[in-house]
Design a protein. Structure first.
Length: 383
């Protein structure tokens, strides 16, 4: 039997990519074994971020988005905001997901798109196109974390939020025009009212929301360990020095490595280097690779091209920066020094919610297995 790398079609990697990933995994495993205390600290920090920030801010919106689609309420919202459907060239029912993505946070739009696609309300082209403009940080992060804790300037934080919304709308309109020219007719196959009970919709929404929030939290923890790994082997410092050698300004050189990887850390680093609102605008619109991984963990099973998503995130970032400059009339914001982010969430309540999610998923798993066993033995009993 020939076991060459080229025969591992299931990996869908080229040889070079496969070897790079293998080398990375070996190095990562070596890091975990050589620096166990750092990996433990990474897990602790990741769990703290999940309990104090992610679960309280994301879970309610993820659940609401899923319940709205499963119960059929999205159709009513689509009728109310039907003009947006024509402008963006998407089905009326999909407008509710766009609106929720503006207020819920990064993964909420991806969760809504996944639910719409699974119910055949949108097709693959519309799902991919919506993902380009339905990933946004949300007012709670921009106005709360950035405006209150970092900038302490409501005018600047509102400018960043408005710029993010405007840039997403511009991308939605542009992609809608291109799609209209290509497809002419709008795909809108599912116009039937929901025929499931509210209780069933509620249970299905709880199940999918629990899976989503647990996936997101797991990725945040893993990514936090990975971030400490890069810091330990001086990769972050090497990136900073390289950018300084390329004559980038020191504040930008110090912030870019964090901006590439993770949005919260990047915003904190920007606050330490002058609180530039334009860099904050770019960071929140870009999201970081950690957010990108969260989004793609939710939409797994859908054929979405990451390269196109990546390009749109970059375009969104620079458009948002451009509009922020316009809204602020090119005035700079004075540095306010190093500010510690305060979390007012109840950690005990968040931890309880996570444990409830785990219990709920396990209970549903047992119920499904029990039902399968009953169905399997039912023909035997009937004979």
């Amino acid at each position: 039997m020939n076991l060459s790398i080229s025969n591992f079609h299931i990996l869908n990697f080229k040889k070079s990519s496969y070897l790079i990933c293998s080398l990375f995994l070996l190095l990562f495993g070596f890091f975990l074994s050589k620096y166990p205390e750092i990996s433990i600290n990474g897990v602790k920090e990741g769990i703290k971020i999940c309990i104090e920030l992610l679960v309280p801010s994301l879970f309610p919106f993820i659940f609401f988005s899923s319940l709205m689609i499963n119960s059929g309420v999205y159709k009513l919202i689509g009728i109310i905001f039907s003009p947006l459907s024509s402008i963006f060239f998407i089905p009326k029912g999909a407008i509710s997901v766009f609106l929720l993505s503006m207020v819920g946070g990064y993964p909420v739009g991806a969760k809504g798109i996944k639910d719409l696609f699974d119910k055949k309300i949108i097709n693959s082209e519309q799902a991919e196109r919506m993902l380009m403009f339905c990933v946004n940080s949300g007012p709670s992060f921009v106005l709360g974390v950035i405006g209150t804790s970092l900038l302490k300037n409501s005018k600047a934080s509102f400018a960043i939020l408005k710029s993010q919304i405007l840039s997403s709308c511009m991308i939605a309109i542009l992609l809608g025009i291109l799609s209209r020219r290509k497809y002419r007719k709008l795909y809108n196959a599912n116009n039937q009212l929901s025929n499931i009970s509210f209780e069933t919709a509620l249970i299905n929404s709880c199940e999918s929301s629990c899976y989503s929030i647990l996936n997101i939290c797991t990725l945040v923890i893993i990514f936090n360990i990975f971030f400490l790994f890069l810091s330990q082997i001086q990769v972050i410092e090497l990136m900073k020095k390289t950018m300084i050698n390329l004559n980038f300004p020191h504040p930008i050189s110090n912030c870019i490595p964090y901006m590439i990887l993770e949005v919260t850390r990047s915003c904190i680093e920007i606050s330490k280097n002058g609180n530039n609102p334009f860099l904050l605008s770019i960071a929140t619109s870009w999201g970081g690779l950690c957010v990108h991984m969260q989004v793609f963990s939710i939409i797994k099973g859908m054929k979405i091209r990451y390269s196109r998503f990546l390009i749109c995130r970059l375009v969104n970032s620079f458009l948002s920066c451009f509009f922020t400059k316009i809204f602020l009339n090119y005035k700079t914001i004075c540095s306010v020094g190093n500010i510690k982010i305060l979390h007012n969430s109840n950690a005990t309540g968040s931890l309880t919610l996570i444990l409830f999610c785990v219990y709920f998923l396990v209970d549903i798993g047992f119920s499904k297995n029990k039902q399968k066993n009953l169905n399997k033995h039912e023909p035997l009993l009937s004979t």
